[in-house]
Structure formats: structure tokens, C-alpha cells
Design a protein around this ligand. Sequence first.
Ligand SMILES: C[C@@]1(CC(=O)O)c2cc3[nH]c(cc4nc(cc5[nH]c(cc(n2)[C@H]1CCC(=O)O)[C@@](C)(CC(=O)O)[C@@H]5CCC(=O)O)C(CC(=O)O)=C4CCC(=O)O)c(CCC(=O)O)c3CC(=O)O
Ligand SMILES: NC(=O)C1=CN([C@@H]2O[C@H](COP(=O)(O)OP(=O)(O)OC[C@H]3O[C@@H](n4cnc5c(N)ncnc54)[C@H](O)[C@@H]3O)[C@@H](O)[C@H]2O)C=CC1
Length: 223
Amino acid sequence: MCGFFPIFLRSYKIDVVVIGGGTVGTIRAKELLKAGFKVKVISKDFSTELKELEKSYQTLFLFKKEININTKLELKELIRDTNLVISATGNPALNKDICELAREMGKLCNDPSNMENSDFIIPISMVNNDFGVAVTTFGISSIVSKEILNRINSDILASKEIINLLHAMAEIKVFLKENVKDPKRRYHLYHEIFDDREFNLRAKEGDIKNALERAKEIVGDEN
Ligand SMILES: C[C@@]1(CC(=O)O)c2cc3[nH]c(cc4nc(cc5[nH]c(cc(n2)[C@H]1CCC(=O)O)[C@@](C)(CC(=O)O)[C@@H]5CCC(=O)O)C(CC(=O)O)=C4CCC(=O)O)c(CCC(=O)O)c3CC(=O)O
Ligand SMILES: NC(=O)C1=CN([C@@H]2O[C@H](COP(=O)(O)OP(=O)(O)OC[C@H]3O[C@@H](n4cnc5c(N)ncnc54)[C@H](O)[C@@H]3O)[C@@H](O)[C@H]2O)C=CC1
């Protein structure tokens, strides 16, 4: 058991606090903003890039403050309304303390300076309207993680076949939900249709119309 479980978070209702506005804090804040999260960065000072980003994102708030773990009350107040905390100061001992406090408050915390303190990992990822892929090597090497993602990209996703299949299966889902009332039977049919050689060939070619016709035949045969 590796002790991790992947999930994709819906970003628009989640507030994130990033503590530390340096190299790592900036990259994370930028990715989170692009994904649609509201981000508050608390730091002694901020990178030029963060100051620029503040001009273009209404969802980014820069809050200049030196965090001192001995003034817990103040830090508690700063992270009270947030769901996720990323503690990316250049001080690993401080990052650890911040994560411990956040956890006591029921928040999930990420410490980029030491994975052992983290409740979640930020993987290397690619997300679009059709699918999302996230890769981690559990902190061993982000360079290798990137290579894995590149290979997934070039070996599988660069071909149109998978996307064609996905779009065909989307049509199948609409059709089955409308026409087959029993969910257990639908579940069985998804597999049967997907595994059917003729359906699969047509779908991969992007011939959705005939793929759907073949699916209707299969559903009809079952009746
Ligand atoms: C555990 C984790 C933090 C967590 O989320 O908990 C973590 C930990 C550490 N990384 C370190 C170094 C590097 N990090 C990167 C890059 C990225 N690192 C990211 C995530 C993660 N990094 C999490 C695991 C994700 C996974 O498993 O893959 C990415 C994906 C996202 C992001 O940072 O926002 C981002 C991709 C940016 C992009 O898109 O290119 C590169 C490569 C590069 O810069 O090109 C290097 C150089 C060497 C290398 O390859 O590792 C060090 C310092 C080691 C030291 O001090 O020597 C630590 C801490 C440690 O190991 O102690
Ligand atoms: N996960 C990853 O991918 C990587 C993680 N790291 C680790 O992440 C940590 C941060 O690294 P960088 O961003 O490169 O450092 P950095 O020096 O560029 O940024 C640190 C930021 O924290 C702020 N800060 C420091 N003490 C503070 C305090 N008491 N209160 C408020 N703000 C404070 C600074 O003002 C600065 O903006 C380091 O511990 C480093 O080892 C480094 C490289 C990659």
C-alpha cells in the first residue's frame, strides 16, 4: 500500500492559501489560478511574477506578512476560511509547523520541502475537457514524472483513436440512459458494446453514426 489515493478537485468553490511567495509558491499559485481556484498568497515578499499575476487575476490575493509559528492565533485567523494550505516558505521547520497547525484545524496541507509532512501531493498533470492525467513518482523524481506524462501523451493520446472512442462512448451513454431503464443492464451493455469488434473499429475511425447503429443492434439482440 502506497498510502495515496488520486482525486480531481473541482476548483471553483475551493480556497487555497499558499504560504511563501518565492519560486515554488509562485509555480503552485499560478497552476492553481489557471485551474480556477481562489488563491491567497501570504509571504514576507513576493516574486515579480506573482505581482504581475495579481494584476490579471481577480482571484489572486497577495498578503504581505512574516509568519511566526509562535503567534499561532494570527496564523489560525489567516487560514481559517481556507480548505487547502500549501506551505512553501524557504524554512522547512516552519513549513512543518504550519502543516501541523493546519491539520489540527481540519485542513489539508502540502509541504513541498518534505513529502512526509504532506496530506496531498501536487502531481504533474494534463487536464482538458475530455480527460485528465496526473502522474506522481511520490516525490522521487519530478523529471521522471514528466517523462511518464510525455510518453502517455505521445504513445497513446497523440492518436485520434482514443478521443474518437471517448466521444462514441459519450453517445452510447446518452442512448443507454434514455433507452435502458435498468442500471445493472446498462452497465453490462457498456462493456458488451465497447468490446464489440465492429463497434470498436467504427468508433476509433470516428464514424460515430455507424458505431451507434451497431450499438443499437447489440441492444436489440439482447431484448
Ligand atoms: C513531493 C513533491 C511535492 C508535493 O507536492 O508534495 C515534490 C518534491 C520535491 N521536488 C523537488 C525538486 C524538483 N521539482 C521539480 C518540479 C516539480 N515538482 C512538482 C511536484 C512535486 N515535487 C511533488 C511530487 C510530484 C511527483 O511525484 O512527481 C511539480 C510536478 C509541481 C509543483 O512543484 O508545483 C513540478 C513540475 C513542474 C513542471 O511542470 O515542470 C523538478 C523538475 C523541474 O524543475 O523541472 C525538480 C528537480 C529534481 C527532480 O526531478 O525532483 C524537491 C527538491 C529536491 C532537492 O532539494 O534536492 C522536492 C522536495 C524533496 O524531494 O525533498
Ligand atoms: N516541491 C518542489 O518541487 C520543490 C521544493 N523545494 C522546496 O520548497 C521550499 C521553497 O523553495 P523556493 O520557493 O525555491 O524558495 P524561495 O526562497 O524562492 O521562496 C521562499 C519564500 O518564502 C517566504 N518566506 C520565508 N520565510 C517566511 C516567513 N517566516 N513568513 C512568510 N514568508 C516567508 C520568502 O519571502 C519567499 O517568498 C524550499 O524548502 C525548497 O527546498 C524546492 C524546489 C522544488
